[in-house]
Design a protein around this ligand. Structure first.
Ligand code: SAM
Length: 223
């Protein structure tokens, strides 16, 4: 049975997806458990549901995508957060990453710049009783009111590390952000070292994201 009370015809596909994530090196059992639990097909447009458990990004409208499951797993694992921690997500998109974090018991604050996407994501998340706080805004400037956060995850590609987001992290907290050109980005795991906002950066693999557009991101007409 699913959260919605219906027979889960996608369970086998989701189990295969999680096996693939393990094979690709995702080791955090909490992340794997959440990805087995959250029904990704509910976050993709109905005509694409049969592809919901492919390890692929899929279009969700407005030129945006739901991230590839492997990417979501890598970013979630890299945050190194625990139950009850506070995480800020930049780029709500479909709401899938929000649901994964919430399934891990994390208090999620999420910002999306396209209001129609946030409206749809809210409807899906609320229908699944997911608890989260959200707003339509430019996430590159964070959400000061609720800061500091234990972790911040940016689900769109930035030209450089957004410094305001580091200011809104707790000391020891991690900012996970893909940084690079419009064509491809390298995943950066940024750890805040002290109250002076000094930080260290660990580089992960390359990915391809839609652009982060905003004051500390790309400009609307870049590219
Ligand atoms: N986390 C999403 C999911 O699980 O579906 C992935 C969404 S998609 C890869 C990235 C999203 O970032 C897009 O919906 C895009 O509109 C949004 N975005 C881009 N720049 C943004 C900004 N400055 N603030 C908030 N959202 C932004």
């Amino acid at each position: 049975m699913t959260k919605t009370g219906l027979l889960d015809k996608y369970l086998e596909a989701r189990e295969d997806m999680v096996r693939l994530l393990k094979d690709r090196g995702i080791a955090d059992e909490r992340v794997l458990k959440a990805m087995l639990q959250v029904e990704r097909h509910l976050f993709v447009p109905i005509p694409l549901r049969n592809h919901a458990y492919d390890d692929a990004a899929l279009p969700i409208g407005e030129g945006q995508t739901i991230s590839q499951p492997f990417t979501v797993a890598v970013m979630t694992e890299a945050l190194h957060v625990n139950e009850y921690d506070k995480v800020l997500e930049i780029g709500t998109g479909s709401g899938y990453q929000t649901a994964i974090l919430a399934a891990m018991g994390i208090r999620v604050f999420t910002i999306e710049r396209i209001s129609s996407l946030l409206k749809t994501a809210r409807q899906i998340l609320e229908s699944l009783n997911v608890k989260f706080v959200s707003k339509t805004s430019d996430g590159t400037i964070g959400w000061k009111e609720f800061s500091p956060f234990d972790g911040i995850v940016v689900t769109a590609g930035a030209p450089e590390i957004p410094k305001t987001l580091i200011e809104q992290l707790k000391v020891g907290g991690k900012l996970v952000v893909p940084v690079g050109s419009l064509d491809f980005q390298q995943m950066k795991v940024v750890t805040k070292l002290n109250e002076n906002n000094e930080f260290e950066v660990a580089d992960k693999a390359d990915f391809k994201f839609v652009p982060l557009i905003g004051r500390e991101g790309w400009h609307e007409n870049d590219g």
